[in-house]
Write a protein of this length. Sequence first.
Length: 508
Amino acid sequence: MFKRVLIANRGEIAVRIIRACREMGIESVVVFSDVDRKALHVRKADYAYHIGPATASESYLNVDKILDVARRSQAEAIHPGYGFLSENARFARACADHGFKFIGPSPESMEMMGSKTRARQNMKRAGVPFVPGSEHGLDIDAAERLAEQIGYPVMLKAAAGGGGKGMRLVQSAGELHSAYENARSEAQRSFGDNEVYLEKYIINPRHVEMQIFGDEHGNVVYLGERECSVQRRHQKVMEESPCPIVDEDMRRRMGEIAVRVAKAANYYNAGTIEFLVDEQRNFYFLEMNTRLQVEHPVTEFVTGLDLVHLQMRVAAGEKLPFRQEDIRLRGHAIECRVYAEDPDNNFFPSPGQITRLISPSGPGIRRDSGMYEGWNVPIEYDPLLAKLVGYGEDREQAINRLLRALNEYFVGGIKTNISLFRRILKDPDFRAGNLDTGFLDRLLAKPSNETDPRRPIVAAIGAAIFASLEPKATLPGANGATQVNGNAAPPPASNWRRAARAEAVREG
């Protein structure tokens, strides 16, 4: 096993990997930019190295700087987390060339599956079902011909894409030209590659993905599916496992296809095969993510496996310690992605200082977080702050536990989307499992009690009450006791008391 691992990332995923390293007796090395000097991953790691300005291209995306830190810190392996360089085949190859083990798949597998068009070509040869469409990038004339052939609506997608970038839904021929140019332009800005392809748009699809894991000895297994249909602008917001509509037979068929995809790519380590599922529960290959996913905690809950531990062991050359028949799903898990953004203001980013933080806990609750009270959330990076996961014996218990935890969660000083999750979990369609990728758009079009216009006024009143309840001045007294205006002071108000007062003000 490795003695020292460099984590080429930041935020909650860096903290998650640091914890896994500590549990395994591995020393952790992290990197940080100017604005991340006081970040939680820097505080938690065994070693931390400054690598440059806030701009990602000069810090977290700078391959040479990260490799230099790996050399100076005497790290043996590099874990990329997700985002940044995690799916960069050039980085994976550079790690190997400089004598560092890349904790992930081979560069060849990443190249094969990293391009959506190349992946479709390979999956067609492997007999994997996928949505009708093109297997190569298209010019506008070819796109027009294919769209007429397969019928509208169609979806334009960036070949090098991900996270909803470079995607455009086209409902009719009259929309195709402008959508094509916009998709190409966004793809070029986001990925440095303007290639786009086209596929048939499935009406009211569910987005379901299958977690796979392979070792470097040819063994590949699937670890159950995740329901990822709660999305905004093609970006996942909430995930759960198992999927409410997947039974044992469908799970087996999807899993076998996912393993076939992985083996066709000679894939090892953690990976995810994404599918679209139509209203008749037919499923089609969409793409492969060649990294650990943001939503991996829900799979960890229902399988009882630690995926980051497995990543380390597989990268160190070990075989998978189980076979497919050993995998059993137990219970239900749901994850909320907590972002620094304002759901009442078109999800506008909300950087700034976290002035108060009350974190939930209790039975069945897991919180993977990169924030703390007093920390300044930077504007330069993805606004993901934390992931809150609820687990229960069944889906209803998981929902109720997560809703309870969300009502305990308080982040002061900035806006977050916590209220959105309360709204989702109370929605009858969500509770019934009636989901598709348009669910959240429909929900947001409805009036919401969570966006009561009186809430800012109530918050201001609550802040004034807090101020009146706090001691005015404190002086050290005899034996170190605190005094207020010459008298013995009561103990300072706890976060729980403050929260109780805030709730009383809000309810009153």
